[in-house]
Design a protein around this ligand. Structure first.
Ligand code: 5GP
Ligand code: ZN
Length: 133
């Protein structure tokens, strides 16, 4: 059983912020930024790609409500909501979860950088992405 399934089954302790029939939200143990929260399905699905759409919608709805709540209660200036799918994207726990990361200032330990591609050729990606599989 995976570590998040054990948390959901109350076999491992966690700081639970929200729980219903389908969804659970806990404080991330790493606290990359203060109030860093994980929202996950109770059912074990590996990542966003495998999540049934109705369940995904419930998770994102909880993530939205919690994000608003966390923003106010933690006095944050902004918030990042993200999910990593597969190890190449940084997923380390193979039970789908959405990170809520409250943001405070440029020294708040989270660095997300969008570097522009110097050699970009949009037409190649466009051709590939509009071709039938
Ligand atoms: P990922 O890298 O898969 O997107 O994120 C996994 C997250 O789970 C990490 O931010 C890590 O700190 C968190 N995490 C791993 N093990 C535990 C645990 O036992 N308890 C809690 N609360 N968080 C955990
Ligand atoms: Zn699991």
């Amino acid at each position: 059983m995976c570590i998040f399934c054990k948390i959901i089954n109350h076999e491992i302790p966690a700081s639970v912020l929200y729980e219903d029939e389908d969804v659970c939200a806990i404080l991330d143990i790493s606290q990359v930024t203060d109030g860093h929260t994980l929202v996950m399905p109770k059912e074990h699905v590996e990542n966003i790609l495998d999540c049934p759409p109705v369940l995904l919608s419930k998770i994102m709805s909880v993530a939205q409500t919690l994000s608003k709540d966390i923003l106010i209660k933690m006095n944050a200036k902004g918030i990042n909501v993200l999910t990593n799918a597969k190890p190449a994207a940084g997923q380390s726990v193979m039970h789908f979860h959405v990170h809520i990361l409250p943001r405070y200032d440029e020294n708040d330990r989270l660095i997300i950088e969008f570097k522009e591609n110097e050699n970009k050729d949009i037409s190649i990606a466009y051709q590939r992405l509009t071709k039938e599989l």
